[in-house]
Write a protein of this length. Structure first.
Length: 195
């Protein structure tokens, strides 16, 4: 997939406040500080998504219109301890509404920090998506920070841990080196039937 143009067209802060569905969309979700905005910017090959120094900054669902016909959807990060219980409930309501009512959603890319073992909140996210029958692919971020000598071991650790949920594609990526970006774009292209 070649991304020719991209723009942020909608910032949804309440359930149902989404733009009309187009030819299809993919969504990105992960713990706060997992590098979601950086990965989106690497996919877009330009700085469109805002990269914050403060984890848990995205409190909305951001719709990026790509090539005037698809949406790449940035879901708010989860698992940030300093967020109040009320905000967590708002997050759950917003994301659940999106998952249940967005028929054009083809795939959720679950971003997991490749340097560390998956966290409880990652497992909760997987179980939640499985209970809602949401298809997902696991994307390991920040792989440039993993020593070459440890990479195979780290990948195997993640594969083993996630295998308890079934067979899932795991794509190691780095928004710094560009690793995995073309693989991710190829998969998205197939999902969206981009020609």
């Amino acid at each position: 997939m070649i991304i020719r143009d991209v723009e942020l067209v909608k910032v949804a802060r309440t359930p149902g406040d989404y733009p009309p569905s187009l030819k299809g969309e993919v969504a990105f979700v992960g713990r706060s500080n997992v590098g979601k905005s950086s990965l989106l910017n690497a996919l877009f090959n330009r700085k469109v998504a805002f990269v914050s120094k403060t984890p848990g900054k995205t409190r909305s669902i951001n719709f990026y219109l790509v090539n005037s016909k698809y949406y790449f959807v940035d879901l708010p990060g989860y698992g940030y301890a300093k967020v109040s219980k009320k905000e967590r409930m708002l997050w759950k309501r917003l994301v659940e509404d999106y998952f249940k009512n967005r028929w054009s959603l083809q795939m959720v890319f679950l971003l997991v920090d490749g340097r560390i073992p998956p966290q409880d909140s990652d497992f909760m996210m997987i179980e939640w998506m499985k209970s809602l029958n949401i298809p997902f692919t696991i994307v390991l971020t920040k792989m440039d920070k993993v020593k070459m000598s440890e990479r195979a071991k780290k990948l195997e650790e993640h594969r083993k841990v996630f295998s308890r949920y079934g067979e899932y594609t795991i794509i190691p990526t780095s928004s710094v080196t560009g690793e995995g970006i073309s693989e991710l774009l190829d998969l998205i292209s197939t999902l969206l039937k981009e020609n």
